[in-house]
Design a protein. Structure first.
Length: 236
């Protein structure tokens, strides 16, 4: 089944919704009699686990770029710098680079807010800060674990930018497999920051949200944090 690229499930259903900043259906709700999960490309969701960590390396590397670059140029500059460094740096140096870039190149507060959904509104400011820290470390560790799984080739298929929001579309080739990767970006303090990726039609943040909702409903919010911490330690 071909992936309809313009249909982004959950938070963003169409490009026009995204540009307007309109929120899509909550994954806990239903639409037209179908539960949210039915709108997700299941093959794409299965691939998220394999591909998202590699993509995180790419999006985190070399941080953010100033407003002088367009969103698509920001990604091109990042990829060029990453490829120039490949093979020249030690593993420790690359680890340090990615860890630093996590802070400067990615909007983890917004990514966390989307990932936690309605449970974010129930958290205190202190709890929110704690969740952002835990999710950041978990994502960072997954990225480092897959550090060498980079694309063989990336094509930049275009961007749609209006005001401070942008959607950059790319196609990634890895070991003969084609994957559509769209980056959701926002301009903050003069820098384009990535806060989510849509991989073959499936949002990483919304996939997180689906898993987090299930974990919280079956156990508790505290147990979700404990699980994320444990998984992080397993990787490290």
């Amino acid at each position: 089944m071909a992936t309809r690229r313009e249909r982004i499930p959950g938070e963003i259903t169409t490009t026009s919704w995204f540009i307007a900043g309109t929120r899509g259906p909550d994954p806990a709700c239903s639409m037209n009699g179908w539960r949210w999960e039915m709108h997700v490309n299941r093959r794409a969701v299965r691939r998220l686990g394999r591909f998202a960590a590699w993509a995180a390396v790419s999006l985190l590397a070399f941080g953010s770029y100033a407003q002088e670059y367009s969103p698509i140029e920001t990604l091109k500059q990042r990829d060029a710098a990453l490829r120039a460094l490949d093979g020249a740096a030690t593993e420790a140096a690359m680890d340090s680079l990615v860890r630093h870039a996590v802070v400067s190149g990615f909007d983890f507060e917004r990514h966390s807010r989307i990932s936690l959904g309605r449970h974010w509104r129930e958290r205190t400011d202190t709890e929110r800060e704690e969740f952002v820290s835990v999710l950041r470390r978990w994502t960072e560790s997954r990225a480092l674990d897959k550090l060498r799984k980079r694309s063989d080739r990336t094509t930049y298929d275009g961007e749609e930018t209006r005001g401070s929001r942008s959607l950059v579309r790319t196609t990634v080739w890895y070991k003969g497999t084609k994957t559509l990767v769209d980056y959701k970006m926002e301009l903050k303090a003069g820098e384009w920051l990535i806060y989510d990726m849509v991989i073959d039609g499936a949002s990483v943040a919304l996939a997180n949200r689906d898993a987090f909702y299930k974990k919280i409903s079956r156990t508790s919010y505290d147990e979700l944090l404990n699980t994320l911490r444990a998984k992080t330690l397993e990787i490290e």
